[in-house]
Design a protein around this ligand. Structure first.
Ligand code: GSH
Length: 336
């Protein structure tokens, strides 16, 4: 009888804790752009909340580096790099949507990576390089290239034929699975309790328990990866044709722009997930190789990407490369 009482008391305590925590971790979508009516505690004029592995955070870090804007970097973990810090009460005060990145300018937050890039480019001062063409037609063309490389948080897999960014979640799946091996299960369970998108922690829990080969055998995942792989090949073809038919070296010609920032992060993700080697082995993508080498040789790459790399992601990326090379079944499931 007393065991039953202890059990019921523990259950009641858990219930109370859960309800309190759930209130503290309430999230809701936020529109992009500057929120002038919100003022957050800050130490510097510019502060950037981001994560080393997050595609959207990477874009904003490169832009800040290219523009030469000094900022305080405030790293926030995603589950892939250690824990669900985006849904911590502390970060939800900064961004109630619980997503990265967030730029804070004089205490006012700016949301959505593409809006952050545009905001930074227009607040960088007169001596900063111009990352947006002055000509409106050129600026519109640059916007179209950016949009093509954007990951939508509303519908991450929507429109993979139209948007290279929409292929990224599918193509990153294998790396998600190898990185989650380094994260303790109880950290993922926090997501099952509190993350607004339960599909994500469910996927991570399954990945942790089942491993890469079993996950790749799942028909839905296998199909999603295959469709993303094939659509991305078309996007790369089209980018190569565009670069070949224009005077480069950049997407908008002689001027390095926000479009190059977005696409360089697509290349990085394809690189760390092993897909770039696959595409480059399939076809002569010489122009794209040169393009990727050129973005990597810019000083912004060193400070925004290389210096901010994460050991778990580096290890997981190596694991994935090894598995895809040594394990014929995994190789077949990924590339056949
Ligand atoms: N459209 C948003 C997408 C932001 C987004 O999805 N961020 C991811 C990281 S790349 C995130 O914070 N996810 C929260 C999570 O994984 O729990 C943007 O461009 O800023």
């Amino acid at each position: 009888m007393s065991v039953l009482y202890v059990f019921l008391a523990a259950l009641a305590l858990f219930g109370v804790w859960f309800l309190i925590e759930k209130r503290r971790r309430k999230s809701h979508p936020m529109p992009g752009g500057l929120k002038e009516d919100v003022t957050l505690p800050h130490e510097q004029e510019f502060e950037l909340y981001g994560n080393s592995f997050s595609h959207c955070s990477r874009k904003t870090r490169i832009v800040m580096a290219e523009l030469g804007i000094p900022y305080k970097h405030r790293p926030i973990d995603l589950i892939e790099t250690g824990k669900y810090e985006t849904i911590s009460p502390h970060y939800l005060k900064v961004n109630p949507a619980g997503i990265l990145p967030t730029l804070v300018h004089n205490g006012h937050p700016v949301y959505e990576s593409d809006d952050i890039m545009a905001y930074a480019a227009s607040h960088a001062g007169h001596n900063a390089p111009r990352l947006v063409p002055d000509d409106p037609a050129q600026a519109a063309e640059m916007e179209a290239w950016i949009k093509r490389a954007t990951i939508s948080s509303d519908d991450p897999l929507g429109g993979i034929e139209k948007f290279a960014g929409s292929c990224i979640p599918g193509l990153t799946m294998p790396l998600f699975v190898t990185s989650i091996r380094y994260i303790p299960l109880h950290r993922i369970l926090v997501g099952l309790l509190f993350h607004p998108d339960k599909m994500r922690p469910v996927f991570f829990t399954m990945s942790k328990l089942r491993g890469l080969e079993n996950m790749l055998h799942m028909p839905r995942l296998h199909k999603m990866i295959g469709k993303s792989r094939d659509s991305m090949a078309t996007h790369l073809d089209e980018l190569q044709s565009h670069l070949e038919s224009h005077d480069g070296p950049w997407i908008m010609g002689a001027q390095y722009t926000l479009a190059d920032v977005s696409w360089s992060c697509i290349f990085l993700r394809l690189d760390e997930t092993g897909w770039l080697d696959h595409y480059f082995a399939q076809k002569d993508f010489g122009r794209l190789k040169a393009y990727y080498d050129a973005v990597k040789s810019r000083p912004s790459w060193q400070s925004a990407i290389v210096d901010k790399s994460h050991p778990i992601i580096d290890k997981a990326s190596e694991d994935l490369r090894r598995l895809a090379t040594d394990d014929a079944v995994i190789r077949g499931l990924l590339y056949a």
